[in-house]
Design a protein around this ligand. Structure first.
Ligand code: PAF
Length: 301
């Protein structure tokens, strides 16, 4: 155990100690996990970039229901940020995050430094064919390649039986599902529903960037998605004009549109005509000042 590894010890209702192990080292995490696996424990994994909120706690809850041991990783992955993106200002609050993990009953937290995860020079990359051409991949080149790189590593380190990701990042979920299938990772993926504030805003670590005024306006994206969903459910099968109109409404309220559209849930390509029996993702990304927000609704047509 190195100096950076910490045991968090509290008492449960019966006065028995509950221990949460925190380590920033791959070798330590591996030793812990192989011991737990040899005891027959099923490992549940929730990868995060920290700045934990109730949405993450929902993922942890779901992991707990589907496993014996919950592992959370906290790592702001530099590979998934573009050169002009918010890597430097991304919220980092490890102490608070560890406290939240402890209260949520997490067993193991992996908090690596950059050098523990990445060598100075990398010789290999993961490429994505088509699935990242649209939605967030369309406006954040390299983002999903960076996500796959780190999730691939984390799966190899933690070797989980199940891993939980949120529906808010639906494109991430679909692309990771493909990686799991094509690279034969022996893990079952579970998608957790989007956690929302009372006014409908999807919870996100980036909501912390919003000014009071922007925070008040922010649920407008979800309301707009709900409106489009309602029209589609009542029979609109070519939603292009409807969407263009809604974009105008959002722009009038001060939102800058990154994208707003209906996408095929399998190919993640825009769908101009919706066909009965198909599944779609109605998704949007907008800028409110310097904050980029995303949200989506799943549609069975
Ligand atoms: O969804 C996130 O927080 C990140 O993309 C993930 C999956 C932890 C990879 O860095």
């Amino acid at each position: 155990m190195n100096a950076a590894s910490v045991f968090f010890r509290v008492m449960n209702a019966f006065g028995k100690p509950i221990i949460m192990n925190v380590s920033d080292r791959i070798d330590e995490i591996r030793v812990d996990i192989s011991r737990l696996k040899s005891e027959g424990k099923r490992i549940g994994f929730v990868p995060t970039m920290g700045a934990l909120h109730s949405g993450h706690l929902g993922l942890i809850e779901l992991a707990k229901k589907n496993s014996d041991i919950v592992v959370v990783s906290i790592f702001v992955n530099p590979e998934q940020f573009g050169p002009n993106e918010d890597f430097d200002r991304y919220p980092r609050q490890l102490k608070d995050d560890l406290e939240k993990c402890r209260s949520a009953g997490v067993d193991l937290v992996f908090t690596p430094e950059r050098s523990e995860i990445y060598d100075e020079k990398k010789f290999l990359k993961i490429g994505i064919d088509k699935l990242s051409d649209h939605m967030c991949g369309g406006s954040r080149p390299g983002f999903f390649e960076g996500v796959l790189l780190v999730v691939n590593k984390l799966f190899n380190i933690v070797t989980p039986d199940i891993a939980v990701f949120g529906q808010k990042d639906i494109q991430q979920f679909q692309i990771i599902s493909k990686m799991v299938k094509e690279f034969n990772h022996p893990v079952e993926l579970i998608m957790a529903p989007i956690a929302r504030a009372n006014d409908g805003l999807a919870l996100s670590s980036r909501n912390a960037y919003l000014s009071d005024q922007e925070r008040k306006a922010a649920p407008g994206l979800y309301r707009c998605l709900q409106y489009i969903e309602k029209q589609i459910q009542s029979g609109v099968d070519t939603p292009k004009l409807l969407i263009e109109h809604q974009k105008g409404e959002l722009e009038a309220k001060g939102f800058k549109i990154d994208y707003l559209n209906v996408f095929d849930s399998k190919t993640l390509e825009p769908s101009e005509t919706l066909r009965e029996g198909n599944n779609y993702i109605l998704a949007g990304a907008i800028w409110l000042g310097k904050t980029r927000l995303i949200d989506n609704i799943l549609i069975e047509f």
